[in-house]
Design a protein. Sequence first.
Length: 136
Amino acid sequence: MIVVELTGVPQGVARPRFVRRSGVAFTPAHTRNYQAALRLAAQEVMEGKPLLTGPVSLAVTAAMPIPSSWSLRKRQAARDGLLKPTTRPDFENLAKQVDAFNLVVWRDDAQVVIATITKIYSDKPALRFEISEVKP
């Protein structure tokens, strides 16, 4: 199993932006920077290991920060897993972050055949990916 974790508040992939006059599309800088950090974290984990070539399963866990404005009781309920984050980023934009692993962990994210995404509250926000080869 390969585990890649990036500490800090999880970010989803932002929509491309367009320049009005020319119609040119570009990816926002914060998305490019976050994906570069994910790619670097994956490179450190892979340490020269060969790319995964077969089907893989992927488990994504987004540990979201607990709002400090909440009462102590509500924050504890979030820590205990009784409350789940229903805020942004949504699951789809979190899943798109796996593009950062192309040619680092696997050849292409098309190799993902099983995927789960879980959003939880935590005192230690992070985005965690667990990648496993799927055996026939």
